[in-house]
Design a protein around this ligand. Sequence first.
Ligand SMILES: Cc1cc2nc3c(=O)[nH]c(=O)nc-3n(C[C@H](O)[C@H](O)[C@H](O)COP(=O)(O)OP(=O)(O)OC[C@H]3O[C@@H](n4cnc5c(N)ncnc54)[C@H](O)[C@@H]3O)c2cc1C
Length: 601
Amino acid sequence: MSRKFALTVTAAAVAAFLSVSAGAAVKDGTFEGTGAGRGGPVTAAVTFKAGKITEVKITKQTETAGVSDPALKKLPGEIVAANSTKVSTVSGATLTSKGILEAVNNAIKAAGGNPADFKAVVPVKKAGKKGTETVATDILVIGGGASGITAAVRSATQGKKTILIEKMPQIGGDTQLNAGTLIATGSRYQREVMKETKDSPQLAYKDIMKVGKYRNDPVLVKMTTENAGRVVDWLIDDLKIPYGPAATQYPDHSANRQLGVKGRSVNFLHLMSGIFEKNGGKIMTDTRAEKFITDKKGNVTGVKARLADGSYKIFNTKAVILASGGYGANRALLPKDVKKGLFYGLDSDSGDGLKMGRAIGAATINLDLVKQYPQGVETTPHHGLAATASSTDTIKKSGAIYVNTDGKRFVDEMKGLGILTDATKAQKNSIMYIVMDKAAWKQYVAKSLEDKLVASEDDLNKWAKIVNNGRPVMATSMNLAEAAKKMGINPAGLQKTVDRWNGFVKAGSDKDFGRKTLKPLTEGPWYIVEQKVRFCTTLGGLKADANMQILRKNGKPIGHLYGAGCVVGGANGADSMTAMMNSWAIISGAVAADSAVKSIK
Ligand SMILES: Cc1cc2nc3c(=O)[nH]c(=O)nc-3n(C[C@H](O)[C@H](O)[C@H](O)COP(=O)(O)OP(=O)(O)OC[C@H]3O[C@@H](n4cnc5c(N)ncnc54)[C@H](O)[C@@H]3O)c2cc1C
C-alpha cells in the first residue's frame, strides 16, 4: 500500500515516562474491551504488564475502510507509548478514535483497573520549526480525492514535477466512500469488451442534461462526455487500473456504459497514489492550502499552506490544480433549505477551495444545488445515516408504509428516490416516517445488517434513545397508537391509515397511490423510524471553462489556475446520474492536468 495512503504509524513523541504507578491495580495479562465507533463496536485487546499498557491490538471492528485507517493504525501505538488514553483523536476519524479509546478504557476495567489511572496528559507535540519554507514545483495539486489523484498522476506521467497536498492525515476525501463507478462512453473497452456500440458523447450528453434538469453547464457536460473515452482508455490500457463492467447497470443511463473498479474507490486511490509516487510525484498530507498567491494581474503564482505543526509552506508553482472537493460540511455556505437536511459526507468537505477561489475573484455557479436523497436517519445532530437501502428493501418485501406527521400516506412508496425526496420535502417539517409491523422490522434489520449500516440489531434499537428537537429518531411499542404518540405522529390518523391500507391489501388495489406490492400490516411490536432528507455532494462550485481553467466573474480565465471535481460546479446540474459524480471527478482531473501541462510547456 502506498506510503502516504496507508499513513505510517508515527507514534507521537509522547512520553513513556508518563507511565504512572497508579495504574498498578491492573492485573497482568491481555483483556478485551469494546467501544462504539463510527460504524459499530470496536474491540481492543489490551496487554498489561506491571501496571502498564504494553500492547493494544484492535481485534474486531466494522469501521469504514479508508476513513478510519489513520485512527486504527496510529492510536494503539500512541496509547502504548504514552501509557495513557488521553491521546488526541485523529482528525477525520474522530468517532473511530473515540471508539478505540472507549474500548481501551473498558479493557482497563476488565483487568480490574481504573481508567482514571491511565489519563496522564500527553504533552502536545511541540510545534516544529515555525516559519515559512518555500518549495518550487511545476504543478501543485490541492486535494487527494479522485479528481486530485487523477490530475496528479496525469501530470507526473507527462514528466512534470508535481506535488499533491492534502489537508487530512491521508488522501481519499469523499472518494474513499464511493463504489468506484465510471462511465465508459467512447472507450475501446466499451466497444470491444462491453460490446456496446450505440453509446456516444451525444447520447451521454442528453442523459446527463435530462437528469440534471437542464441546470447543467453545457460546456462542462460536453467536455465530460467527449473526454470520457480517452480517459478510460488511459486508465485501463496504460495504467492497468482493474475496471470491469459495473455489477448493476442502472437504468438512468440509456446505454451500457457503467464501469466499476475492483476493490471500489479505496483501491483506485491506493493504485493511483502508487503510480504517482513511482513517477516522481510527492504527496504531502496534513498540509492545508489556505490562500492563493497572485501576481499584479491576479494570476496565480503560488499557494500558501499550513502544516499540522503550525508552520507554513509557500509553493511557488507554474500551475495549480484545485481539487479540494465540496462544501457540504460547511453549513455557512449551504443554501437555507438544505441546511435543514442531514449531512452524510465527511468533515473535510469544508469548502476551502470555494472560499479560496472566491477570494481572488472566481465566478461561481449553482451554489443552491446539492444532491439530496430521502430516508436519512439523524443519529448525531445534523448528521445522518444513509438508510435508503434498508427502507427501500423493507417497502418492497413487506407491508411497511410511509406517512407524514398527520399519520397520512402521501406517495406511492415504491416510487424512485427523487420523487420520495421531493415528497418528503413537501411534508410538514420536511419529514416522513416508515411504519413497520413485526414482519417489516425483521426485513429492515436484515437489510441494515447485510449492508453494514449498523453492526447489530442492538445498534438499531439504540435509535429509540436518540432524541433530536424533542423527537426520537425511532419509536417502538406493542401498541400502534403509543408508538405514534412517542414519535409525535397523530395516533388516530395513523390508525385510520393502517386500517385503510389493510383494506386496500384485502381488495387487491391501492386506490390512493397505486402501489403495486400489497402486503398487510398486522401485529406488533410496531416500529416507526424517521425518514429525513439527507445530502452530501454539493453540485455547485467555482465556474470553469472546457479546459478546466477557473473563470473570473467577467468570464475570463484566471491565469495558471485549474479546477477539478466537486470544487467546480455545474457539470451535473440539479442532480447527477448514477456514477456521474465519480466520473466527473476523474475526467475533469485528467483534463485539468492536460491543460495545466500544456500551459507550461
Ligand atoms: C457516502 C458517499 C457515497 C458516494 N457514492 C457515490 C457513487 O456511488 N457514485 C458517484 O459517482 N459518486 C458518489 N459519491 C460522490 C463522490 O464520491 C464525490 O462526488 C467525489 O468523490 C468527489 O471527488 P473530489 O475529488 O472532487 O473530492 P473528494 O474526494 O472529497 O477529495 C477532496 C480532497 O481535498 C482535500 N482538501 C479539502 N480542502 C483542502 C485544502 N484546503 N488543502 C488540502 N486538501 C484539501 C480533502 O480533504 C479531500 O481529501 C458518494 C459520496 C459519498 C460521501
